[in-house]
Design a protein around this ligand. Structure first.
Ligand code: DX5
Ligand code: ZN
Length: 221
């Protein structure tokens, strides 16, 4: 039985009341909190740093925090987010000069490691690191902004990744990030994903529980 994880991205949350908004979305049934960290260098947008992660931990958020680093270089922020209370940390292979070393750093800091693939990034970066991965994050939009449309070709790439994992024998989760909605989440799950990042689909709705319940109903269908 597949365990599905709903991961609201705080990119679309109310930053004037972030602690309350995160509390609200967790109470509405979200499983983990997705942090879209952008540096206006690797991607053309700027969001937040490790202090926001620490602030949410100090506020009392105990749910897993899933840090998606859209930054270059990555190693310093891996250490700072791990120290600030991150649970999962993932980065884009193009943003690290030494992918294995960066993954090992995440693990050595007590977090679980993920590798992130942009829509056009080939999967050969997986070839020698599957043993280090907790999850593989497939971008279903080009990174930098919430509210974009899901790129349909991601589903074929997702099926390929699922096959790679099955052949590897490793228990690795597949996370999809970008343009995930109630009306496409079932197709994404059927293609092999089990972790779903959703920013605008959840935070742009008045009733978080209603939309998360609808997502779960689609996943259970
Ligand atoms: C892009 C971001 C977004 C965000 C989700 O860099 O990673 O994909 O998480 O945004 P929505 O769910 O609004 O597409
Ligand atoms: Zn993300």
């Amino acid at each position: 039985m597949t365990t599905f994880t709903i991961a609201p991205s705080i990119l679309s949350a109310d930053f004037a009341r972030l602690g309350e908004d995160v509390e609200k979305v967790l109470a509405a049934g979200a499983d983990i909190i997705h942090f879209d960290v952008m540096d206006n260098h690797y991607v053309p947008n700027l969001t937040f740093g490790p202090m926001i992660c620490k602030a949410l931990r100090d506020y009392g958020i105990t749910a897993p925090i899933d840090v998606h680093l859209m930054v270059k270089p990555v190693n310093d922020l891996i250490e700072q987010f791990a120290d600030a209370g991150a649970t999962y940390i993932s980065f884009h292979p193009e943003a690290s000069d030494h992918i294995d070393r960066s993954l090992q750093l995440i693990i050595d800091k007590g977090c679980q490691a993920g590798l992130v693939f942009n829509p056009a990034t080939p999967l050969y970066y997986l070839d020698h690191v599957m043993d280090k991965l907790h999850h593989i994050l497939l971008m279903s939009v080009n990174p930098g902004f919430g509210g974009q449309s899901f790129i349909p070709s991601t589903l074929d790439k997702l099926r390929l990744v699922k096959q790679c994992i099955l052949q590897s024998g490793h228990d690795i989760r597949i996370e999809i990030d970008g343009g995930v909605k109630v009306d496409n989440i079932r197709a994404i799950a059927e293609a092999g994903a089990d972790m779903f990042v959703a920013g605008s689909a959840i935070f742009n709705q008045p009733d978080y529980k209603h939309v998360i319940d609808k997502m779960r109903a689609e996943l259970a269908a």
